[in-house]
Unconditional design. Sequence first.
Length: 79
Amino acid sequence: MNAMRVRLEALVEEMLDGQILLDEAVTEFEKIYIQKALARNKAHISQTATVLGMHRNTLSKRVADYREQNGKKAKSARR
């Protein structure tokens, strides 16, 4: 078994212990994966989309959706 799989399995165990729902886990993983890919490509959307194997418009929409979600979370936390 390779080291990445071992680390991933440990993380999944931790998330299951914390009662993280699958949808939450997948969404969070995708957000972080995209953030890291954008950082590696100096926020260049087209290059990042190519690296991720998706269309740049799809990537742009997801990034905008994540920003919107973060804005809503920040507003509700201030109430």
